[in-house]
Design a protein around this ligand. Sequence first.
Ligand code: SF4
Ligand code: SF4
Length: 248
Amino acid sequence: MSLLEKPAIIYNELVSNVSCLSVGEMIKSLDLLEKEWDIDPTLRKFILGEVKSKDYTYVVGDVTFHIPYLVEHNRYVLWKCYWPDCHNCCERQGRLPLTSDDLITIKSNLRYSKLSEFIKKETVLATWQEPSAIITGINLKRKYDETAEDDGTRIPCRFLDDGGACSLHPARPGVCYLYPFSTWLESHGGQARIQATYQFTGDCPGFYLGDAIQDMKNTLDEYSGIIARYSMQYTRTTRESFGAASMS
Ligand code: SF4
Ligand code: SF4
C-alpha cells in the first residue's frame, strides 16, 4: 500500500521494533542471551509463556503501565537498563520505524538538505504484522543495503559505534528511546488513554523479578514522559500519512 493511500483503519497501536516472534525464535534469543547474562529461570519460563501471570496496572502521568505479576511466585516482572555494559537491543535490531518527527531530526543529523533524498537513500518502506494490526511504515535502514525483505531480521544497527554508543544520539529514532516498552491507545469514557507494557524479544537482560513495582518507580516516571511524547508523535505520523495501520 502506498503511504499516500488512506489506510482502512487508523489503528493507534504504536509500533515496536520486533514483534510476533515464535516460541522457537524466543528460545534461540534467550539461549544466546544466556551465554553472556544470568537470566532467572522463572523469568525465562514466563517469557516463554509457561508461568501464570496477571496484569497489574500502574498509572504514571498520562500512561497506564501494564506490569506482569507472577501469581504463584508473588513477584512482579521489573526492568532496568544495563547500558553501557549492554547494547544488545542495538546488536539485534529488528526494525527502526520512524515517526514524522524522526524523519526531520535524523535527516538533519545525517546532513541531508532534502527530505526526499534522505528517504530515498537512508530508509526502506516495509509492511509487517503486529499482534493486532498490519503496519506499513518508513524504516531507517539498519544496514546500508537493507531492503524490505530484511525487515524483522535481527542484525547489528549500523549506527552502533565501536564504544557501544549510538552515533545518532540524541537524534536516534523514537522507538530506540521506547524500548523495551510497547504502547497503544485505549478509549476510556470517550477519551484516549495511553497504555504501555513490555515487549519481550528474548534479547534484553534487564528484566528481573521484584517484590514491589515501586522498586522501578524512577524508571516508570522517566518512561511515562518518553511514552507520552512518542504517542503524540506516532499519532501525528499516521495523520500525516507517513505510516499506516489496519486491523488484521
Ligand atoms: S538490551 Fe535491554 S539492558 Fe541492554 S541496552 Fe537494550 S534496553 Fe538496556
Ligand atoms: S539507532 Fe542507535 S539506539 Fe537505535 S538501534 Fe541503532 S545504534 Fe541503537
